[in-house]
Design a protein around this ligand. Structure first.
Ligand SMILES: [Zn+2]
Length: 166
């Protein structure tokens, strides 16, 4: 008789391993800093921006400059710190107009997204005809609203992008 396989337990992932189903839909209570762990020893980092892990003393990967991405069905938009990106259907108004040309209900100059130096992402409706929505809520014209990782940014009725903030 062959021995029963013992190798399986060792390959089991922890239940809370990142990338599992439902990840990104959850909104945990408490400060975000608790989510930062050392990638080597998994100690919780009190200062995620520190140069090294205070537990294992290995150098930590530096965040570098943050980048905002918005993933639309027709393309991914990327915004760097300091860049203001106009979203719209008119190539004269928006450098990413090709992403939206097929949507008749998107305004020629619809909304603007940008990333400030602190790493906060923002969106502002530019007086669009059919509205700019964050997680289903319509923004008043001209009001600056913060965007968080995982937010759904919608232009008009049917152009929805997922916000990625890294
Ligand atoms: Zn460590």
């Amino acid at each position: 008789m062959p021995p029963p396989p013992h190798g399986r337990e060792a390959t089991l992932l922890p239940a809370d391993a990142p990338g599992g189903p439902g990840q990104g839909q959850q909104h945990r209570p408490g400060p975000d800093s608790t989510a930062y762990m050392c990638p080597y020893c998994e100690a919780v980092l009190s200062n995620p921006a520190a140069a090294q892990c205070e537990s294992c003393l290995r150098p930590l990967p530096q965040q570098g400059t943050p980048v905002l991405r918005v993933q639309f069905p027709t393309g991914e938009l990327k915004v760097s710190v300091g860049q203001h990106l106009v979203l719209g259907r008119d190539a004269g108004q928006s450098p990413v107009a090709a992403t939206f040309t097929q949507y008749d209900n998107v305004s020629r100059r619809h909304s603007t997204v940008w990333l400030d130096p602190s790493g906060t992402a923002w969106v502002r409706d530019e007086g669009s005809t059919n509205g700019t929505f964050v997680n289903g809520e319509r923004l008043p014209r001209g009001v600056e609203a913060p965007l968080r990782d995982g937010d759904q940014l919608r232009l008009a009725a049917d152009v929805t992008g997922t916000v990625q903030l890294t």
